[in-house]
Write a protein that binds this ligand. Sequence first.
Ligand code: NAI
Ligand code: MG
Length: 493
Amino acid sequence: MSAIEPTRAAPAEPDALPWEYAPAPESRDIVTIAPEYGLFIDGEFRPAAGGATFATVNPASEERLAEVAEAGPADVDAAVAAARRAYDRIWGPMPGAERAKYLYRIARVLQERAREFAVLESLDNGKPIRESRDVDIPLAAAHFFYHAGWADKLEYAGFGPDPRPLGVAGQVIPWNFPLLMAAWKLAPALAAGNTCVLKPAETTPLTALLLAEVCQQIGLPAGVVNVLTGAGETGAALVGHPDVDKVAFTGSTEVGKQIAEAAAGTRKKLTLELGGKAANIVFDDAPVEQAIEGIVNGIFFNQGHVCCAGSRLLVQESVADIVVERLQRRLTTLRLGDPLDKNTDIGAINSRQQLDKINELSAAGDAEGARRWSPPCPLPERGYWFPPTLFTGVSQSYRIAREEIFGPVLSVLTFRTPEEAVAKANNTPYGLSAGIWTDKGSRILWMAQRMRAGVVWANTYNRFDPASPFGGYQESGFGREGGRHGLEAYLDV
Ligand code: NAI
Ligand code: MG
């Protein structure tokens, strides 16, 4: 096992910045948060039939943001029935060119109201405003634009002359990219002519509810999109509903397996986008500074709450010391704190539960003998926080090398030959993504052919585009989202 020796002398502590940024918070007045939110069913907001509610909090301050309706079985019935009516009477029969107009309108309003969405996303999720503003919201709009373009061209998508929609889609999404995951689910489904019942995650319901308001604003026919807030029980009731034709889920592998079992033997079409434990592989001929930026982006983007995060750094032994040293220097410049401050790089961990999981797995790393390092990084007193963290001296058998941590924690392993890199990268039950850093084009192709991963990035990481299919192998799930391939999941082909 060619791991970095934990006993090796630590590099000199990298210098802190000689100056400070002035605080630059985005205004939170741009968004109005109601004290209470209802369920969005058949074009209207209404309380849950049983009257249940739950709170959503700002993970950076633990402040309660709003009280949100919790959908029970009667609400799931009502939402699925509304989606069925809208499918049969309006959306199913509507020509694609007409459906496209609604999708374009949603995309344009997302752009017009982008600041509002970005601030709300950062408040509810804890992610830095720089990311919600520059990544989440623009990409969500891009997904609606892209799929609007497909709505009247489905007969050219390669699925025969007249591909038909499936009917009612039940869609359950996670908390790491709340609005973006809603866009990934809704845009292709609607473009293909399906109607939708969407269940956002219980810790991040607010931008999906604002998107429901946008559906009202642009005059989307009632019942085409329904939003049911609630937790796992609501999600289970939705995906198990007998009148749902298509189930799409993004979240943990554990819940994905339960859903696959529940859907087995029914006529429901299913796609699952689950966890990952991606290898980001750095060869000795890689441009080091570029690779460092890619490693940082790969694991510290969105606090590491990313299914395709590059959470295992595989670095060639001959450059391991220099890469780790430069990485430590770079991590010292990352700023952790107020998600609404435009200078912030690392925001809050989304929930107490997720913070507990990150702490538990990091403690397992300590116990198994890996060496933990974090830059000097004072954590705010309130809220859920975890500093950017590196583990060196990691063996493949350690839990931090095998299990998805879903936090700002990078495990560093080494390799000597390309064959060893391939064997280690593929030594995982997952298979969502991988990164390759090398100057040699032939090596990129050689490696990419051997990676058991749905997405392989070369000399870059965490690049997303609505035209590019995204999805996994093995325990990372099946089916693709985005591109022509993503349409297939919403068509009867
Ligand atoms: P989760 O899988 O429980 O939650 C994802 C969504 O599924 C939420 O909307 C939740 O309400 C819903 N859900 C929960 N149980 C359900 C059920 N039985 N039937 C239908 N829907 C259900 O994930 P959780 O607990 O938030 O996170 C746990 C771990 O899962 C994380 O630490 C991370 O490792 C992984 N994860 C991976 C994600 C990814 O993008 N691949 C996203 C979120 C979590
Ligand atoms: Mg929240």
